[in-house]
Design a protein around this ligand. Structure first.
Ligand SMILES: CC(=O)N[C@H]1[C@@H](OP(=O)(O)OP(=O)(O)OC[C@H]2O[C@@H](n3ccc(=O)[nH]c3=O)[C@H](O)[C@@H]2O)O[C@H](CO)[C@@H](O)[C@@H]1O[C@H](C)C(=O)N[C@@H](C)C(=O)N[C@H](CCC(=O)O)C(=O)O
Ligand SMILES: Nc1ncnc2c1ncn2[C@@H]1O[C@H](COP(=O)(O)OP(=O)(O)OP(=O)(O)O)[C@@H](O)[C@H]1O
Ligand SMILES: N[C@H](CCC[C@H](N)C(=O)O)C(=O)O
Ligand SMILES: [Mg+2]
Length: 483
């Protein structure tokens, strides 16, 4: 494609030949190849501008930047106002605006995004659609799995993925839209048909200044959606999302009156059953994944399905089969206690998973968790406090410490748990912590391994080590880890 065509709609100043042929686009100098366009982005750790020469050495023939850069012989330079926003426009141009050919459903909110996308994929596939999925665990085209690095990829990677989906006959795409992606222009130029709001609670306050700013960032998605905004009316930030909505608003909920409502909710460790009501339509629903929060996730998916004209009967059949890796996932132990792996990694997530166990009459509720390093520090004491409030016993351990000292992270969680009377132990090594949980389990106890969900690795420093909690539980039990 010619550079000038790639720059269609971009306000810019071009120095050099605008008609050169471009074979590919990149924002990482290490990925530049012959005849590439390199976009220099000012990041949080470093600055793409430092790598222009490397990109040229690797074959780049044009450079986009939002600051003046040195001139290089034979290289076309393009000065723009904002390199990240421009990257999204360039990506959409280069890949022929793929989202205009797809029905795109975006899900945003602090918790529940992954769960809702899996539910929607199952519902849409039951109607014989080829469905694309973009999110935390993995990206998918039908059954084909494409590993994901981010919950929401950079615009260039995202538009490329969409174009592959279009070429493979995908009609519907369900995607998680993280607040980082909305703030960092990753989803600019995406033509969303439907936007979903799950909920908003504290997370990522290392990145967003405060909750208001975090909520405002999330609300951008509702300005973008063209056909419908699907909103959890029970969440206190729902009005902000409704006010931002340009399209028709469809509400769902349990407490306040909503267009789509769940009634008669029956929760157990095997799942949750409820009745859904949409005006004069009613249907009994059954989920394999327990918890009131999964009723909310299901309601979001049901609202979209109903909007798309899918019958509640078909939705019921699809939802009854859905499971999501690492979300309230049971681990078979062959013992007289229960183990679940869950991805709760926020105060609200912990509260919800523990609430889900409340009605179930078992032995002790034992919660094992930590908090990720290089992420929101202020959520740590809050996680400790809420855990202490609900659990009978806590095991504080490491999550992904990343560049931080794991003991420091744990002591921040301790500040919160100390405000409660909950007994706890600190075992920094997560595998040893799991061993402790299994070794000391008593009949009917429920052990929740929280925070790592689907992850099969642990990030300690800059090392990524294999860490699959399913395998670890099996290994410990096979060593006679419980009596
Ligand atoms: C805050 C954030 O999101 N940062 C992302 C961002 O980094 P950045 O812009 O600061 O980049 P940088 O490392 O400073 O580098 C600047 C530029 O120089 C380039 N570079 C760098 C080195 C080099 O040799 N050559 C070169 O060209 C880089 O490619 C980049 O374009 O762009 C990078 C490239 O895509 C991402 O890897 C990086 O994600 C970091 C690692 C990250 O952890 N992000 C998380 C917080 C995130 O995005 N999470 C959300 C939400 C998760 C959820 O709650 O579900 C997500 O959507 O995943
Ligand atoms: N609707 C919900 N409300 C509150 N908590 C939820 C909800 N749905 C799921 N959770 C909790 O949050 C965890 C993460 O769920 P899920 O992966 O669906 O959310 P997510 O928004 O995709 O998270 P992330 O932003 O990290 O990708 C679950 O394991 C569960 O503990
Ligand atoms: N997508 C979330 C996931 C957190 C999961 C937890 N295991 C951690 O590493 O903090 C984040 O990047 O903040
Ligand atoms: Mg997710």
């Amino acid at each position: 494609m010619k550079l000038i065509d790639i720059l269609k709609g971009v306000k810019c100043e071009i120095k050099g030949d605008p008609n050169i042929d471009i074979s590919g686009v990149c924002y990482d100098s290490r990925k530049a190849k012959k005849k590439y366009l390199f976009i220099a982005i000012k990041g949080f750790k470093t600055d793409g501008i430092f790598y222009v020469e490397e990109a040229i050495k690797n074959g780049a023939v044009a450079v986009v930047a939002d600051r003046e850069i040195k001139e290089y012989p034979g290289i076309t330079t393009v000065l723009v106002e904002d390199a990240r926003a421009t990257m999204a426009k360039i990506a959409s141009n280069f890949y022929n605006n793929p989202t205009s050919k797809l029905t795109l459903i975006g899900v945003t909110g602090t918790n529940g995004k992954t769960s809702v996308t899996y539910m929607l994929k199952a519902i849409l596939e039951r109607q014989n659609n080829k469905v694309g999925l973009v999110g935390t665990i993995q990206n998918m085209i039908g059954d084909e799995v494409i590993p994901s690095v981010h919950t929401t990829p950079e615009s260039l990677d995202l538009q490329e993925l969409f174009s592959i989906m279009v070429n493979k006959g995908v009609k519907y795409v369900v995607m998680e839209v993280s607040s980082h992606s909305l703030a960092l222009n990753r989803v600019d130029e995406c033509e969303f048909d439907i936007a979903i709001f799950t909920n908003l609670s504290q997370d990522h306050l290392d990145f967003h200044q405060n909750m208001e700013e975090y909520a405002k960032t999330k609300s951008k998605l509702f300005k973008m959606a063209k056909r419908a905004s699907v909103i959890n009316i029970d969440d206190k930030y729902s009005s902000m999302m409704i006010e931002s909505s340009k399209a028709k608003v469809l509400t769902y909920g349990i407490e306040d009156f909503a267009y789509v409502m769940a009634k008669d909710i029956r929760n157990s460790l095997d799942g949750v059953k409820f009745k859904v009501q949409i005006e004069d339509k009613k249907e009994e629903m059954s989920l394999k994944i327990p918890g009131l929060f999964n009723v909310y996730n299901a309601l979001a998916a049901i609202t979209v399905a109903d909007f798309l004209g899918i019958s509640l009967r078909s939705v019921r059949e699809a939802l009854s089969q859905v499971t999501v890796k690492g979300r309230f996932e049971p681990v078979e132990t062959g013992k007289d206690f229960y183990v679940f792996i869950d991805y709760a990694h926020t105060p609200d997530g912990i509260q919800n998973i523990m609430e889900a166990l409340k009605e179930y009459k078992t032995g002790r509720k034992i919660l094992l968790f930590g908090a990720g390093g290089d992420r929101d520090k202020t959520k740590r004491p809050l996680m400790g406090e809420v855990a202490g409030k609900y659990a009978d016993f806590c095991i504080l351990t490491s999550d992904n410490p990343r560049s931080e000292d794991p003991r420091e992270i744990i002591s921040q969680i301790e500040e919160g748990i100390k405000k409660t009377n909950c007994p706890y132990v600190v075992i920094e090594n997560r595998k040893e912590a799991i061993r402790y949980a299994l070794t000391n389990a008593q009949k009917d106890d429920v052990i929740i391994l929280a925070g790592k969900g689907h992850e099969t690795y642990q990030i300690i420093g800059n090392k990524v080590i294999p860490f699959d909690e399913r395998e670890i539980v099996k290994e410990i039990l096979s060593e006679g880890g419980n009596k």
